[in-house]
Ligand binder design. Sequence first.
Ligand code: NZQ
Ligand code: ZN
Length: 388
Amino acid sequence: MKNFEYFNATRLVFGRGEENRIGELILPKLVENKTVLVVYGGGSVKRSGLLDRVITSLEKNNLKVVEFGGAQANPTMEHVRLGIQLAREENVALVLAVGGGSVIDTAKAIAMGVPYEGDAWDFFACGVMPKTALPVACVLTLPAAGSEQSIRVVISHQGRKLGAGCGVVRPYLSVINPELFFTLPEKQIRAGVIDMMSHIMERYFTQTEGVDFVSGQAEAALRSIMKNGLLVKENPQDYDAWSQIGLAGSFAHNGFYGLGHVEDWACHAMEHELSAWDESITHGEGLAVVTPSWMKHVWKENPARFVRFAKEVMGVDLEGDTEAIVLEGIRRLEQFFINMGAPITLQQLKAEKAPVAMLAERVTAKGPIGNFKKLYASDVLQIYQLAL
Ligand code: NZQ
Ligand code: ZN
């Protein structure tokens, strides 16, 4: 195991109705300046009445509300810049995201951008690390990206989709009420379930030895996500199943499953190229397409890890032939994605026309991606082609 430091500053407030006290929860952070930028998306929070309830709670606590809606799925830099401008004009003290990963990432990018003198795209394109940021709080409506507890921010701009982040943008407070997930369409349910699995698998598939404690927790989490993922797909009103998914999604990306590991992240890099190329691609569905192909391409680098995955996560009870065990594990993962209603090929994703050679060059432009196996452009191209 590698040396590590871990500090997770997110206060989680979990359960039914907790969003109704968001005003009192954030009040202690707002001593003199009481202006809050409320960031939301394309309207789901208006239709559900959640936005009204959040604003009522803020106003009841004498907080000044500045609304900033319109964050789109796969959020854009143009929109973030408008948010930064508004936040400066209104002198906001805190950014409150009410939505899913795209809304939270928009809020985080605004929070980083307000105190920064340059253009906020520098954080993504030039590797500038934010030294400070406005505090970010969240009311989560979609368990998927894990942004409500993560240090990451993902923004699209001019055909690129890039990540940035550091501890200063980790939300200091996140409210998770599983009842808010009842209105999610099936596409977002499956995309969320697959995304949170991927956040664990990007860390689980490591060459680092001596990480058994975390590996066992990761296997349990993956089994629980699959079981409860199918339950919420069948019954989107299942509070107990959503509770497991809400908790798992939030912890999947808070750094715990990577403690002491060299992490991988090749599947995320390959998926981000797809959803940057076509903004209508949903991140979790893109992951369902690239992940099994990545597994088939890399498993020989560490067959024992894939045997363990097949047995402990996918329940394969074969003995003997390593290749047969590994491939059965991957087949069962694909079958789970199919059972969730997800695409598992570029064709099913309606991305068979993706310029995969160009995307493979672009994703490796700064060097090979991934760590389980270092992937060069030719590897990435083979993985995309395997997914056709
Ligand atoms: O915009 P509205 O109208 O709110 O509708 C949204 C959106 O259309 C809808 N939705 C959200 N909650 C709902 C709901 N509809 C009905 N009922 C609800 N309760 O769902 C749609 C998708 O929302 P979005 O926020 O885009 O989804 P998600 O949470 O999956 O976030 C995806 C984004 O996060 C990035 C992805 O790349 C993508 O851009 N990621 C961010 C990460 C991070 N910051 O740590 C890590 C991830 O790996 C990921 O890359
Ligand atoms: Zn993800």
